[in-house]
Design a protein around this ligand. Sequence first.
Ligand SMILES: *Cc1c(COP(=O)(O)O)cnc(C)c1O
Length: 367
Amino acid sequence: MKAFLAAPHVEALPFTTPFVGPEQLMREAGLVSLLRLGANESAFGPSPKAIEAMAAELPHLWCYGDPESYALRAELALRHGRAIGEIGVGAGIDDLMGLAVRAFLAPGESALATRGTYPTFGYHVAGYGGKLATVDYTSDGFVDVDALITAAHRLRPAILYVANPDNPSGSVLPAGEIERLCEALPERTLLFLDEAYAEFAENERAFADIDSPQVLRARTFSKVYGMAGARIGYVITAERNVRTLQKICLQYGVNRNAQVGALAALGDDAFKRRVVAEVAAGRADYYALARSLGRAYLQSHTNFVCIDFESAERATLAVSDLLRRGVFVRKPGAPPLDRFIRVSVGMPDQRRDFARQLAATAEALPS
Ligand SMILES: *Cc1c(COP(=O)(O)O)cnc(C)c1O
């Protein structure tokens, strides 16, 4: 049968997704259980208050959610010291990123990011007919602000993407570096500042509260709040940008239960502080594990740690050997980080299981 073709920019895309989900990995490997440490989900789960609020809301799922997410935006605005109009809610950062690309980048225009950073940005750029240009990380795995500024002045991209703290490196840029980047932005470039892990960084207060219509900061309930499956996140930006995203967003794209759960999660600061402390302890466990195996690691400001396997080939072998042992981790895709494996902080017993399996994998790899 003759194929029926999509639009040219969609036809040009490969039939692959940026992420192969752990469920698919399990089906393919014939596993019935998996130590799930590959997607930086929070094994500490949602706050009990959020669970209670969502459970109580279930009978009302016959109602659409508030398309304005008004109650949640009001609370977020209060917490960030912004006006409610400067907060936009979406079905996670991935959704908001797609909306931003669709809204601010015309087909054929270019976007700029670090090679090997969080891949969903490039996925949306390709999906909406844009072109992605990249610069490399510095040799020690930091986002290279100078290189981004130079490339931005050469390319004048519609959007510049920076994750801070970054995934997969786990590194963070100090507020001064973000300010320098903002000041150097070409006039028509929007900075999409992905702060999915901001709550884990030691000094969250140091995050520059940038007040520029050219900057869109994105936060999520998927990481520290442990609600990845609920799909909810938000942006902080100029009111006009929020309204622009609202022009094209799916009217009822943010589900009602997620709105209720997110609002309740914000009300449980003690739980969030415990998760942040537990994650710091988990990072320390992974650092100690790496040292005990004679391996280098990257200092992380997130809920994951990168452990060095000397080469991309060996890191790839380690990831598949771990999967055979029922452990799901991922690895960065581009140099200089592709020699590392990336493991999420789990509960203490999961960390112990991981330590055992990683030691076995390190032993099993050809020398
Ligand atoms: C996990 C992650 C996201 C995804 O956030 P959602 O709100 O679940 O869509 C976005 N950006 C980075 C850098 C991440 O690591």
